[in-house]
Design a protein around this ligand. Structure first.
Ligand code: ASP
Length: 424
């Protein structure tokens, strides 16, 4: 059996076992189950996750710096950079519109039962206060952007795994390498190649334990996740997933066939390990090592392109997140009976796109940012409590859309550089 089939099987087993356990034990915290999850399944899942996280910084640094150094000249880098950013922006906007279209047409928040609304807000009140608290720490000033990209202390940024400064440092390193002369530049490049190779090997090793770790991660989520919560929010959850499917099956497929020149079916088959890792970790950052490895080894995307586009994508290209954010803000507005004017809706689009770009690639990374959008258009922030119970399952889906979008971007850029992705 191929590794990705084993991982997929593990995912299905974990999911079914979790759902059955939950059905059998009923919702609400069960001491025995909690003990099993926190002492058995969570630790196994965390070993897998942490091995992946451990390798993100060296892998991004080596592959991005080497990628830029191998691109050779600044002109090519500039062209690729601008194309990549425009692609990210256009796709984020398209995803937002899909979400808004669905929520406007089906109006899942109209006539929402007030008793259910009150109960959900009460049950998840603590969670929403915590999310609202986190949102208060975010401000949008010019200095915020400067700090986000160029912190005072680069080592602290690395320790905290803030991706934008790490990307900037790697870019600068690569750019400076193009200006240096042999023999120094050769030994630097050899060192980076070694670091890259080392990181990829760690990823390969980590993926070997995925068939055991993925079911553990999924079991923990699905056993705690009562299916009960799906009843009142079923329509909303269904719409969000419909949006994800439309974005992947229609938008990505068309782009893959037209601008990236690859067969979408073969593409999705090849990136299965990426999608499964994203689904089970809910984190673009944790998936990044797998994304880079599969893109380079199975799609044959040149490392100089994968190393450049994928880390940028994992940090700023979040199509699933923007789709989900726009849909969720309007859903909560509908529940509260807040009628948004056209200007306010335009505001939702702009804010959703900006906040999706700023979302951290971690589980629940977009939640505090949704609170900001809610507040901007005058919807009570506590409303976030209504969807908190189903957020994890939606997060699993949106992370898949997010990382798939990054790989489609890499495939597109590869094509524009005359080295399209292949599957042999
Ligand atoms: N979990 C998502 C990701 O890592 C971010 C989000 O919460 O939307 O891509």
């Amino acid at each position: 059996m191929k590794l990705h089939s084993k991982i997929l099987l593990g995912l299905i087993v974990g999911l079914i076992a979790g759902i059955i356990t939950n059905q059998y034990l009923g919702s609400g915290a069960q001491p025995g189950l909690e003990f099993f999850i926190s002492n058995i399944t969570d630790p196994i899942g965390q070993i897998f996750l942490r091995l992946l996280f451990m390798i993100v910084v060296p892998l991004v640094f080596a592959s991005l710096a080497l990628g830029v150094a191998n691109l050779g000249d600044m002109g090519t880098l500039g062209k690729i950079g601008i194309r990549t950013l425009i692609y990210f922006l256009v796709l984020t906007v398209i995803a937002t519109f899909i979400g808004l279209f669905l929520v406007q047409v089906f109006q899942p928040g109209k006539n929402f039962d007030p008793a259910v609304q009150a109960r959900l807000m009460e049950v998840y009140g603590e969670g929403s206060s915590e999310v609202i608290g986190r949102s208060k720490e975010i401000e949008f000033t010019i200095m915020t952007f400067v700090n986000m990209i160029l912190p005072r202390n680069i080592l602290r940024a690395i320790v905290d795994m803030q991706m934008l400064p790490i990307i900037l440092l790697s870019l600068l390193f690569g750019i400076m390498l193009t200006k240096m002369k042999p023999p120094e530049v050769d030994s630097m490049k050899r060192g980076l190649t070694g670091l890259n190779e080392f990181s990829i090997r760690i990823v390969d090793m980590t993926m070997e334990i995925a068939p055991f770790a993925v079911p553990c991660l999924i079991f923990g989520v699905s056993a705690r996740f009562g299916l009960e919560i799906l009843k009142p929010l079923g329509m909303y959850v269904l719409l969000v997933f419909t949006g994800y499917v439309i974005h992947m099956a229609v938008v990505y497929s068309i782009l893959l066939r037209t601008v990236a020149g690859v067969n979408p079916w073969k593409f999705f088959k090849a990136i299965k390990p990426i999608m499964i890792t994203a689904f089970s970790t809910s984190s673009s950052n944790a998936t990044l090592p797998t994304t880079i490895r599969v893109s380079e080894e199975d799609l044959h995307i040149a490392p100089k392109i994968a190393g450049f586009v994928l880390p940028l994508g994992a940090t700023s290209n979040m199509n699933g997140t923007s789709l989900y954010e726009g849909l969720t803000v309007l859903f909560i507005a509908q529940i509260f009976g807040v009628d948004l004017s056209l200007t306010q809706q335009a505001m939702v689009v702009v804010m959703t796109v900006l906040t999706a770009i700023g979302t951290a690639g971690i589980p629940g990374g977009s939640l505090p940012l949704i609170v900001l959008v809610l507040q901007t258009v005058g919807v009570p922030a506590e409303g976030i409590g209504i969807i908190l119970g189903v957020d994890r399952i939606l997060d699993m889906g949106r992370t898949v859309v997010n990382v798939t979008g990054d790989v489609t971007a890499a495939a597109y850029i590869a094509k524009t550089q005359g080295e399209p992705a292949r599957f042999d």
